[in-house]
Design a binder for this molecule. Structure first.
Ligand SMILES: Nc1nc2c(c(=O)[nH]1)N[C@H]1C(S)=C(S)[C@@H](COP(=O)(O)O)O[C@H]1N2
Ligand SMILES: [Mo]
Length: 220
């Protein structure tokens, strides 16, 4: 299941550079903003564009081929094709993006299925403690079930009223706005409710296991 070691089609230089940022503990200010006094978390800069960040594979997942499997420690495992996913209850969200490489982008308008809706449908067992995401490019990342269950978390298919473009993770990506953006898996293909934590692609390469921007949880 895990091919975290595979860097075949990936941007090896970017992966090495981000690894060295973690070792240098780049961008840390030592001044966390636990009260969210500022709109920008410490060390961040606002951008008006929307940068693209990924490992370089950018899978071309045709809408007809996309599917999402939700499995693991759940009472009711499910698989959705895109048409079925779009028939689930849909909600609009507005949230800020905070990327660990320093940029933040305010007021993104998303549309998609709330994580809460998915949780209600699959019914995680009490043993489920973590959610492990896996994407079409082989990317993985992990959060606690309680983080995934936050009211502002969604599986998004639209941004600013249009389908999310391929480079930003379309047809469907995860959006977890309270955490650094590496937790928000693009091209999501599987959501696994696990009884044990399993660090993902960046988490095993020096990045924090949680990733709260207000606490500057950039590196592990
Ligand atoms: N599948 C996948 N999801 C991913 C990544 C990736 O390489 N592959 N990169 C992560 C990182 S490090 C960031 S900052 C955001 C970037 O999303 P964006 O390109 O839409 O800005 O996606 C996250 N999700
Ligand atoms: Mo990132």
């Amino acid at each position: 299941m895990s091919d975290d070691e595979s860097t075949g089609p990936f941007k090896d230089k970017l992966i090495r550079t981000k690894g060295s940022w973690a070792r240098q503990r780049r961008l840390l200010t030592g001044r966390p903003d636990l009260g969210h006094v500022n709109r920008l978390p410490p060390g961040q800069k606002e951008v008006k564009n929307w940068p693209v960040l990924d490992l370089g594979a950018q899978p071309d997942v045709k809408p007809d081929n996309w599917h999402l499997r939700v499995t693991g420690a759940v009472e009711n495992p499910l698989v959705w094709r895109l048409r079925e996913f779009l028939a689930l209850p849909q909600q609009d969200f507005i949230s800020d993006i905070h990327c660990v490489t320093q940029w933040s982008r305010f007021d993104n308008h998303w549309r998609g299925v709330a994580a809460k809706t998915i949780i209600d449908l699959v019914r995680p067992k009490s043993e489920a403690s973590h959610v492990l995401f896996r994407s079409y490019d082989g990317y993985t990342t992990n959060v606690k079930v309680a983080v995934f269950a936050e009211a502002n978390v969604l599986l998004a298919h639209s941004w600013e009223g249009k389908p999310i473009p391929r480079e930003h993770g379309g047809p469907v990506r995860v959006v977890i706005p309270d955490w650094y953006f590496w937790k928000s898996a693009k091209w999501v293909n599987r959501i696994y409710f696990a009884e044990m934590d399993q660090p993902g692609f960046w988490e095993v390469r020096g990045y924090h296991n949680e990733g709260d921007p207000w606490k500057e949880e950039r590196y592990g």
